[in-house]
Design a protein around this ligand. Sequence first.
Ligand code: FES
Length: 244
Amino acid sequence: MKLKLKIWRQKNAKSKGAFVSYDLDGVSPDMSFLEMLDLLNSRLIDDGKEPVAFDHDCREGICGSCGMYINGYPHGPVPGLTTCHLSMRYFKEGETIVIEPWRARPFPVIKDLIVDRSALDRIQVAGGFISVTAGAASEANSILVTKKNSDEAFDSAICIGCGACVAACKNASPMLFVSAKISQYALLPQGKPEAKERVRAMIAEMDRNGFGNCSNTGACEAQCPKQIKLLNIARLNREYFKAF
Ligand code: FES
């Protein structure tokens, strides 16, 4: 395949960025989106040019580091996929693909497509620990959890903290992320002892880092590569009201 790429290039947080166009041929439909960027970079290096900086680690949809806008969509136009899982077979011969970093004030650009997402880590850290007794594994059936709650807790726990919810939201709200982290504990008995402090601290940290609040447009749910449900935000709000 032959593609035209329009990629945001920016030296660092202080410099002004701009789109730069690249023509790339020899792209296989079997490549992942990141492999396509690897191909571009190897050509740029061969030509003595600066490669495009982009974030990635696991390339298995687990670590959440490969976030970028692709044709205006966080992680690209295919629902339920991270950028690293996005295959080039979803694009057409000759297509122009526009690639940008997350646009949100709490995520300053470090370089090109890489943004600083440590604000999400600070929210997670503010949530603290749960007080479970260490030692030998206890009998699994001694603490009863309903199947519904255990399934919902698991569905929340699969949030990979990629920041797509923030990038998709017109308010740059991370409430889908925060609500997933709150829900995974709120649904289980082990999360109850610290529930009030946890939700208060995470929301306070969210505000401190300059994120916005949810106004129920649902863009976060539509763009979340792990398809975390908006219902979690309702649970987050209930947990927050109970904490005062
Ligand atoms: S590189 Fe880890 S989720 Fe994409």
